[in-house]
Design a protein around this ligand. Structure first.
Ligand SMILES: *[C@@H]1O[C@H](CO)[C@@H](O)[C@H](O)[C@H]1NC(C)=O
Ligand SMILES: *[C@@H]1O[C@H](CO)[C@@H](O)[C@H](O)[C@H]1NC(C)=O
Length: 733
């Protein structure tokens, strides 16, 4: 059964390797064989490429494993490769062992040889020998070593090995009592698992694997190195973190930070960085862990010292950053302010490799993102802002031949550098006005953002728009640099067609550009943005709905009648009222804000209430009766107060006794904010000097409002007291 299974996978996947350009000669060779050998019964190579039925293939495979290959005409190199495979089938175990050892020596550093052996079917045979209980430890170990060597070749090699089910076979091997064999298996597993083509999930599919790995940590420095390296590459999701955490990864790996082997120390450190990333449970545990009596955080701090390898400094800084972001370390803790932050700033300097500068800036951006004090400190550490400007100078000009190699390297990292710099600028400028000013004053900053917004790399575009968003929180910048550089143009372009992630940032930035003091508001309005924003409010993403409606709300603020009518028309009243029952409270809140802005200044109020009064009153009723937050109710009462300010619109309230009772109820509410808004409503209704004010005053007096106002005029809240007194005066005048 085992043979059949191996065969099945090998059979199906082998053609992919065959088609790989690096083994092109083989593809040809093999297809020739197909013709040549069709008449011969039980010929493995025919089986290899023929698309026969499954059972037939199974038989062919058995041949492949049981007898040496009989092949006559081969080119010299292939003949050698085939000879290596043939020897694995020798009936004499001693000869098989020698064959494996010779194969090991032949493949070292020889990618072509590796590919040949894989195509010729060495892998299933090696796996078979590795799993046979009759094989000696020596033979099994050598098989694992050869497989590890094959894995060191190209990504295609790894794919072929994984397709041959090498992973379960090696995991099975870990149950052996022989440590040398275990090490060889782990070494091969390490090579396979750190490859991007291997699905990490394979590590977690059998629940007994992780605990067994943890047990093997005590075996040797090698098992420690390989296992921690596998963990740090295969821990990619919160679920993976939880599995490792639950099996005691932290307690078992912590002592390795003080290992005598630098490799083990480094891999153990990397494990902690992936375990702690955005994980509160792990981070909270880490602060209480001791390594040889020393708190883990102190160990990390020591690892950030300048005399330590850069990779170690950077990884230790990541660990502390993640712990801090998860709330396990305070942002004002000296390990963060005096150690982690300066270490990360150092990583951004020109002396560091481009990769290190990217990681340094990204990690620093993550660290300072939520904390204005850290932003302030970072922005004045080692001229960080100027240092980041250098990130945009890649690839730099080429003057000599020797530069060409560097150019290639620069090109590879140019996007990464730019997005990292934008991200860090975005974080640094997210709260402090002075920092934003300094950022915009950095050389060519606005031009860089503008060109970043239309770069082909989506990562760069996203980071550029984040940066713009951060800077758009500044009234000053909106008035000056944003206008001077007409950033709204590329921003609008970005909004036409982008993934949600970018759309969310871009539309959020647009909200700020539509604030009434922003000089960009006019040109944006003229560019026909309303349709676009209305379409955002139809999105499945709550964040996009919020941003769309928010931008419309800003647009409607003190807008002229024409713009307001255009918004209502474009949005459609049905959709507008649907948004009032949106499951996301932020959408509801901004939609109410929009209504409030639409319903301001008397002529606008009367016009809108004239055309949509009934629906609006219904919506207001529903919200006032529903289960909503104080903010939502307050906003709704403010809308009602605006309606009460209209000339004709106020009749919609006066003729609605149910609504008047609601106002009364809110005047006696326990929340002052709501009392204020409701009192404002009444005050507008009874205001003197307006047509029919006498009748309204009489009616409301009859309904007991004067008594309530009287009571409120003695309220402890000074605003409420004033408001009530002003209202009462309308009766005296
Ligand atoms: C383990 O296997 C190696 C060969 O890889 C062998 O030399 C050694 O004797 C074996 N150890 C034990 C305890 O069997
Ligand atoms: C491990 O830690 C102890 C105590 O801090 C120290 O004395 C020892 O030298 C460390 N071992 C290594 C290998 O660094």
């Amino acid at each position: 059964m085992l043979l059949l299974r191996f065969f099945f996978f090998f059979f199906f996947k082998a053609p992919r390797s065959v088609l790989d350009p690096s083994v092109e000669s083989y593809a040809q060779l093999c297809s020739n064989f197909r013709v040549r050998m069709r008449s011969t019964p039980c010929t493995p190579v025919v089986g290899l490429l023929r698309s026969g039925n499954y059972a037939a293939r199974g038989r062919d495979m058995a041949c492949l494993l049981e007898g040496p290959l009989r092949i006559s005409v081969l080119s010299e190199v292939t003949a050698t490769s085939r000879h290596y495979v043939d020897r694995l089938f020798d009936p004499d175990p001693q000869k098989v062992l020698q064959g494996v050892i010779d194969m090991k020596n032949a493949v070292i550093g020889n990618n072509k040889q590796k590919a040949n052996l894989i195509v010729l079917g060495a892998v299933p045979r090696l796996l078979y020998l590795l799993q046979q209980s009759s094989s000696s430890d020596m033979l099994r170990t050598e098989c694992a070593v050869v497989l590890g060597s094959l894995a060191m070749g190209t990504e295609n090699n790894i794919k072929s090995l994984v397709d041959c089910h090498i992973i379960p076979a090696l995991l099975q091997g870990l149950l052996s009592p022989n440590v040398s064999f275990i090490e060889a298996c782990l070494r091969c597993l390490r090579t396979v698992f750190i490859s991007p083509v291997t699905p990490v999930q394979l590590l977690y599919s059998d629940l007994t694997v992780i605990p067994h790995f943890i047990c093997l940590l005590s075996q040797s420095l090698h098992t420690q190195e390989y296992i921690t390296q596998i963990f740090s590459h295969c821990c990619k999701t919160p679920d993976h973190q939880t599995v490792l955490f639950n099996h005691g990864a932290i307690q078992n790996i912590a002592p390795l930070l003080n290992s005598s082997s630098p490799k083990v120390r480094m891999q153990a450190l990397k494990c902690f960085s992936v375990l702690a990333y955005e994980n509160t449970q792990v981070s909270m545990t880490l602060v209480n862990v001791l390594v040889d009596g020393e708190p883990l955080t102190q160990v990390f701090v020591r690892m950030m010292q300048r005399d330590k390898p850069i990779e170690m400094q950077l990884t230790a800084a990541k660990c502390l950053t993640y712990m801090c972001r998860a709330g396990a370390i305070r942002t004002d803790d000296s390990s963060i302010v005096l150690k982690t932050l300066p270490c990360l700033v150092r990583m951004c300097s020109k002396d560091r490799l481009l990769e290190e500068r990217v990681e340094g800036a990204e990690t620093l951006a993550f660290l300072v993102e939520p904390d204005v004090d850290l932003q302030r400190i970072a922005s004045v550490t080692d001229h960080l802002l100027a240092m980041l400007a250098d990130y945009f100078k890649y690839p730099s000009s080429v003057s000599t031949i020797a530069d060409i190699k560097r150019l290639d390297h620069d090109l590879k990292h140019a996007h990464e550098l730019r997005q990292a710099a934008f991200r860090l600028y975005a974080s640094l400028g997210s709260n402090d006005e002075d920092i934003r000013k300094k950022i915009t004053e950095t050389e060519n900053m606005m031009d860089r953002i503008v060109s970043g917004l239309s770069e082909s790399s989506i990562k760069v575009r996203l980071a550029a728009v984040r940066c713009l968003h951060s800077l758009s929180r500044s009234v000053q910048q909106l008035r000056t640099s944003f206008h001077d550089h007409a950033v709204w143009k590329p921003l609008m372009k970005l909004l036409q067609n982008a993934p949600d992630e970018v759309l969310i940032m871009a539309s959020s930035t647009l909200c700020n550009l539509l604030l009434e003091f922003s000089p960009s508001k006019e040109p944006i309005l003229e560019s026909g943005v309303i349709e676009l924003l209305c379409s955002l409010t139809q999105s499945d993403s709550p964040a996009l709905r919020v941003n769309g409606i928010w931008a419309l709300m800003n647009m409607a603020f003190q807008a002229d009648q024409k713009v307001k009518m255009e918004i209502v028309r474009s949005l459609g009243t049905d959709h507008l009222f649907r948004l009032l029952s949106d499951p996301d409270p932020n959408v509801l809140m901004k939609t109410l804000g929009l209504l409030r802005n639409l319903l301001s200044t008397r002529p606008h109020i009367d016009q809108l209430m004239g055309s949509h009064g009934k629906q609006i009153m219904q919506a207001v009723t529903l919200i006032l009766e529903g289960e909503h937050s104080i903010e939502v109710k307050d906003q709704t009462l403010c809308i009602l107060a605006n309606i009460a300010d209209g000339n004709t619109a106020k009749e919609l309230i006066m003729t609605n006794d149910d609504m008047l009772q609601k106002i009364k109820y809110y005047m006696g509410h326990s929340h002052v904010k709501l009392q204020l808004a409701a009192t404002f409503c009444i005050s507008n209704l009874i205001w003197n000097e307006e047509d029919g004010s006498q009748e309204r005053q009489d009616k409301l007096r009859e309904m007991g409002f004067v008594d309530i106002l009287h009571k409120l005029s003695q309220a402890t809240d000074p605003n409420l007291c004033d408001r009530a007194k002003t209202a009462m005066q309308q009766y005296l005048a």
